[in-house]
Design a binder for this molecule. Structure first.
Ligand code: GDP
Length: 194
């Protein structure tokens, strides 16, 4: 799969607009500002590609990108931005519920958290959603470059424990800024697409 061959397909704001074309879906999730777009751009080796106007407060959307005609990267809407209206938070919940109820299997879930902080309640909700699919998922601990060396192990242990990650769930130390962890993430994506 050639990661350079990527195109934006569509934004979906409700279940009726979801894509069902049989291509494996790699679903990316994370709270607002965690660096989800940066991780996507890092994987795709692009600048400013995965940014389709999802500024906090804007309508909640799922963005689909087709990669080399072989897979869809699914950019799930960010969550947890404090200043978002209650109605938008509700829309997020409904949209996630609908997406995760889809029969289309998620080939791989990629959940992005901030390596500096303990995961939030919504991060735990998100991890539970991925777990509920019974499909493989992994957690990316982004912004690793912001940690001191001695903070890395305890922070990763805290993330693992808070999200109740089993041994089968990889936790990848990552820095979208430095490219740390990119190879491991790309390998996991390729394995999932087959
Ligand atoms: P999104 O809202 O989750 O899509 O987050 P963005 O990709 O827009 O990133 C939010 C902010 O975090 C931006 O200022 C990025 O430059 C910064 N950022 C993202 N990834 C990293 C990283 O690995 N290290 C550092 N230091 N900053 C990062």
């Amino acid at each position: 799969m050639n990661l350079q061959r990527v195109e934006f397909v569509k934004s979906a704001a409700q279940a009726g607009a979801f894509l069902h074309d049989g291509l494996p879906q790699i679903a990316f999730a994370g709270k607002s500002n965690v660096g989800k777009s940066s991780v996507l751009n890092c994987v795709l080796q692009r600048k400013n590609f995965a940014r389709v106007g999802q500024k906090p407060g804007k309508t909640v959307h799922i963005n689909y990108f087709r990669v080399d005609g072989k897979a869809h990267f699914v950019d799930l809407p960010g969550y947890g931005y404090a200043q978002v209206a209650e109605s938008e938070k509700e829309r997020w919940g409904k949209l996630m519920e609908a997406y995760f109820a889809e029969p289309e299997p998620i080939a791989l879930g990629v959940m992005i958290v901030d390596a500096r902080h303990a995961p939030t309640k919504l991060d735990c909700v998100m991890a539970d959603l991925f777990r509920s699919t019974g499909r493989p998922f992994l957690v990316v601990a982004n912004k690793l470059d912001k940690l001191k060396a001695r903070e890395i192990e305890p922070n990763l242990a805290c993330i693992r424990e808070t999200l109740r990650l089993g041994e089968q769930t990889p936790l990848l130390p990552f820095s979208a800024e430095k490219g740390t962890g990119r190879e491991a993430l790309v390998r996991a994506i390729f394995d999932a697409v087959g």
